[in-house]
Structure formats: C-alpha cells, structure tokens
Ligand binder design. Structure first.
Ligand SMILES: NC(=O)c1ccc[n+]([C@@H]2O[C@H](COP(=O)([O-])OP(=O)(O)OC[C@H]3O[C@@H](n4cnc5c(N)ncnc54)[C@H](O)[C@@H]3O)[C@@H](O)[C@H]2O)c1
Length: 373
C-alpha cells in the first residue's frame, strides 16, 4: 500500500480499485459475449426421409425432430417423400409433425416428386421401397428395388448437397446401397451406408438379458455381413463393464459357449420374424431408433473405446471383396467412419463371414442382371 509521510494515500487506493473494477467488468462482458457467440443457432440441416408415410417413416420423423438423431442443438428441415398412392397419409404425417411444435424442426416439406425431395439435402434416409408380396420371386423383388434405387441415386446425384450422407434402410438394404453407390458416382462412396445397427442393437440387448446387466454396460458386439438371415452376430470381442473394469462376454458366459455359438446368433437373426409374427407388422420402432443411432454416431462420434456395426463399402478388410456393401465394426469420429482393424477371427467366424459375403456377391450379380449392367 502507498504510504506518504506515514499516511495512507487514499487517492492511490481508490484509483487502483477503480482500475481493478474496470478489469473485472470488462472480463465479465467478454465472457458473456463469448457465451452468446457460442449460443448462435446452427444452420438447419436438411434431412430426407423416403417412405415417410410408412411404418418406419412415421416412427422416425418425430425422433429426428426431437433431436435424437443430430443432437439437441441442431435444427433441421425435414423433406418427406412417398409415392402418389400414399400422398394423403404423407400429408397427415406432415400435419402431425407441425402440430407437435418441435422447437428444432424449422420446416417440413412433403412431396411425391423425388427430384424436389432431394434438393439440397445433407442427409438422406432411404426407407421407401418395394415390399415383397406373397408368391413373388426373389428376382422380381430385386428388380423392382433396383429400378427404384437407380432412379433415386440419379436424383440424389443431381440435387443433393455435395456432402450428403446416405443411410439405406429399405431391403435388400446392402444391395440397394450398392446400386445407389453405382448410380450416384459423384457422392463419395464413404458417404453411402446401410442399416445393420438394428441387428447390432438386438445382439447387444440379447447379451445384456442373458447376463442380467443393463444394456448400456455391454459393448463391442459385431454384426458382420448382410442385413439378412446370413448376417453373423459375433460376441467374441464383446465386453461388459464391471466395477473392476471391462470383462469379455466369453469369460462371463464360459458355461454357455454352445448358446453363444448357436442360439444367440439365431435369436438375433430371427428377431425380426418373431416381431412380425407377434405384431403382424414388421419392427418399426426399433428400426427407426437404430437408424437414428446410426446417423447420430456417424455425425457425432462413437464413444471412446467402443465401436458399432455399419453396412459400408468394403475396402478388402478381413478378406471381404472390395466394393461389396458389407457390415463391419466401425469407429466414427468427426463425421467419418473407419473399419476397426486387427481383430482376431476364428475358423467358425471366418466361415460365417464368408457365407454372408457370398450371398451379397450373388445379390449384386442378380441386381446387375436386372438392370442389364
Ligand atoms: N435395414 C433394416 O434393419 C430394416 C429394418 C426394418 C425394416 N427394413 C425395411 O425398411 C423398409 C420399410 O419398412 P416399413 O415397415 O416402413 O414399410 P412400409 O410398407 O410400412 O412403408 C414403406 C413406405 O415406402 C413407400 N414407398 C414405396 N416405394 C417408394 C418409392 N419408390 N419412393 C418413396 N417411397 C416409397 C410406401 O408407399 C410406404 O409408405 C422395408 O423395405 C423393410 O424391409 C429394414
């Protein structure tokens, strides 16, 4: 403290206090300014949902609008597409979304015109397709979907945003994605994926039930291959988080090796059929939720130390023919995915993985022959 001639210099003290106060006020103002800057609302992302009047479309639209897919700070504009016979139901979906007053939903655009639907979209969730009817040949179903996906690929190619990311849900999902990739060459192939997350989630849930643990404590199951009954749900690398750290599922279920090898896979593979029998309609809620999970993790990243299953274009990893759209374990970061490398594959797994790859190669040949490629 300044002391002049044995006395305290109050003018000096007041001056110092004022300067200090000014610094505090300025710093506070800067903090508030920075916070406001960070709070600036993000630009809305345009999300296309095809088959929006259908079962999954009806379930997924409110999930997206509530922020389950892109996070609670990301506004969006929904582009809903369906075909002319479903136009009234489509309009009803739009009205219900508007009436829900979702704060993040900045607009809903419903149309039966594929070109209009694709304009400027950043994310495309392709749910609409031709469903197999009783007595129909596999070739006929493949042919109808190949034609649909070829046309939709061209529309995305022409009208979607350059950075558009695509998730194919409609079956046969892997091969529909492959056709889309072939006929939309300007969309980077890493931006075209298909949904196997439902199977992944089912596998995780089945293990959690068997072990009587919360589903969130199970991680790193894998679904390899096709989204069909040849898919291979693999528990070999799955772990459960316990108080003493992560423990391999195989060690915890050491007395259930037969169950892990057989029933576990069959139950996951047949879960869709089981729901269809019970509900007389195919799974919609869990499929919609899985599609949200897929995009969520792709955009916002997978949690550290865990991976998810995604149908992606094979680069030859694990001996799977390059070019097939195959389900692999992937890690996502900053909007990109990469296949988890270096996992040990036993003989049993190898056989199952190859069976599914073989089926995909056959589907590819069938689709190409339908399109005369
Ligand atoms: N990959 C997966 O995990 C998974 C899971 C469940 C269902 N699926 C598949 O998802 C698809 C949709 O299932 P759903 O239960 O919603 O079926 P749905 O029959 O209830 O709905 C399909 C909708 O797509 C529309 N549609 C048909 N052709 C179209 C086109 N060319 N363009 C736009 N819309 C079109 C239909 O009018 C209908 O509204 C099916 O192919 C189903 O097999 C995939």
């Amino acid at each position: 403290m300044e002391v002049v001639g044995g006395e305290v210099d109050y003018t000096f003290v007041i001056q110092k206090s004022l300067v200090l106060l000014l610094c505090v006020v300025l710093s506070w103002k800067m903090i508030v300014y920075m916070c406001n800057l960070l709070k600036i609302e993000k630009e809305p992302i345009r999300v296309l949902v095809t088959g929006a009047a259908g079962n999954i479309g009806y379930a997924i639209s409110p999930m997206i609008a509530r922020g389950m897919m892109l996070g609670q700070d990301q506004p969006m504009i929904l582009h809903l597409l369906d075909i002319e016979p479903a136009s009234k139901s489509l309009e009803a979906v739009k009205m219900e979304l508007q009436d829900s007053a979702f704060p993040l939903l900045h607009g809903v655009f419903a149309t039966t015109n594929i070109d209009e639907a694709c304009k400027g979209v950043n994310i495309a969730i392709m749910i609409g397709g031709f469903a197999r009817k009783e007595g129909m040949e596999r070739r006929d179903v493949m042919s109808k979907n190949a034609v649909i996906f070829k046309a939709q690929a061209s529309a995305l190619e022409r009208y979607a945003s350059d950075d558009c990311k695509v998730l194919v849900v409609a079956n046969p999902a892997n091969t529909n994605a492959l056709i889309l990739k072939e006929f939309a060459p300007s969309i980077p192939e890493e931006n075209i994926t298909c949904l196997t997350r439902l199977d992944h989630n089912r596998a995780q849930a089945r293990l959690a039930e068997k072990l009587s643990v919360p589903v969130s404590s199970v991680k790193n199951v894998i679904v390899w291959g096709n989204h069909s009954s040849t898919q291979y749900p693999d528990s070999n690398h799955a772990t459960v988080s316990t108080k003493t750290g992560d423990q391999p599922v195989r060690e915890l279920l050491v007395a259930d090796q037969k169950w892990l090898k057989n029933e576990f896979s069959t139950e996951v593979q047949q879960r869709g059929a089981e729901i269809l029998r019970a509900r007389r309609q195919s799974s919609a809620l869990s499929a919609a939720s899985a599609a949200c999970d897929h995009i969520h993790d792709w955009f916002l990243g997978t949690p550290k130390g865990s991976w998810v299953s995604m149908g992606v274009c094979s680069d030859g990893s694990y001996g799977i023919a390059p070019g097939l759209v195959y389900s692999f374990p992937v890690i996502c970061e900053k909007g990109s995915w990469k296949i988890v490398q270096g996992l040990s594959i036993d003989e049993f797994s190898r056989e199952k993985m190859d069976d599914s790859a073989r089926e995909l190669a056959e589907e590819k040949a069938l689709a190409y022959s339908c399109l005369n490629v």
